[in-house]
Design a protein around this ligand. Sequence first.
Ligand code: SAM
Length: 256
Amino acid sequence: MDWSLCYPAFVVPDTQLVTEDHALKPLTKPVTIADIGCGFGGLLVALSPLLPDELILGLEIRTQVTEYVEDRISALRSQHEISSPGLYQNIACLRANTMKFLPNFFTRGQLSHIFLCFPDPHFKARKHKARIVSSTLCAEYAYVLKPGGCVYTITDVEDLGEWMRRRFEAFGNSGVRGEDDGVETREGQGKGVFEKIELPEEGKEGEWVVEGGEKGQMGMLVRCIREETEEGKKVSRNGGKKFVSVYRRRKDPAWP
Ligand code: SAM
């Protein structure tokens, strides 16, 4: 990946990495946060000033939506060029089908956070294979996340939240037989790769935020996915419910 076009402010000056067919400009740091199916980029824009030291990437399958987010980011960069030059330099958006290409973008253990916000529910059973959480895709999320890194999920469809929970909790759990289109879960049968984190109630994230540290950051991020995503705002306007979960990637015993 040549990331220099996405994050020009983070390119190492006067350096090129020359491979057989490319000359890449390396960045000072890797991307560590991915918003999968980022839509119109509300979460990216909200996270940029909150996590100024992280490089954050939105991945979106629709070409026109991706172009809208790219334009939105470059307009924000220009608007703040003089007053706050670093602002919005740490976010970018790429067009990609993450169901096919996620491991092409990231190396093993590269990411600290993955956001799956309001994924398309694909209600009909024959469409379930298009959902962006499945046993197979859990393997990819586990691969690109570092041990201790977290997947954040939010949906207004309770059944889909439950579907995602069953798959994340079953993945890598030897006490559970996982299938892509009908995971059989036997609760409490052992530890899988992902551990579900207990979260503050809606509206009480502030109590975590004041505690600071990792818990404080999680409270802030949970508040962001509830309130700053375009879909989250739409659900609030319609008085709907939001189901949030966070899954921490356990340390793999094979890791040093
Ligand atoms: N996350 C945004 C939010 O919360 O406002 C948008 C949610 S929208 C319901 C789901 C988004 O996921 C759509 O923009 C859709 O194009 C995108 N999407 C669906 N499948 C995808 C895939 N395989 N790879 C990347 N994006 C995908």
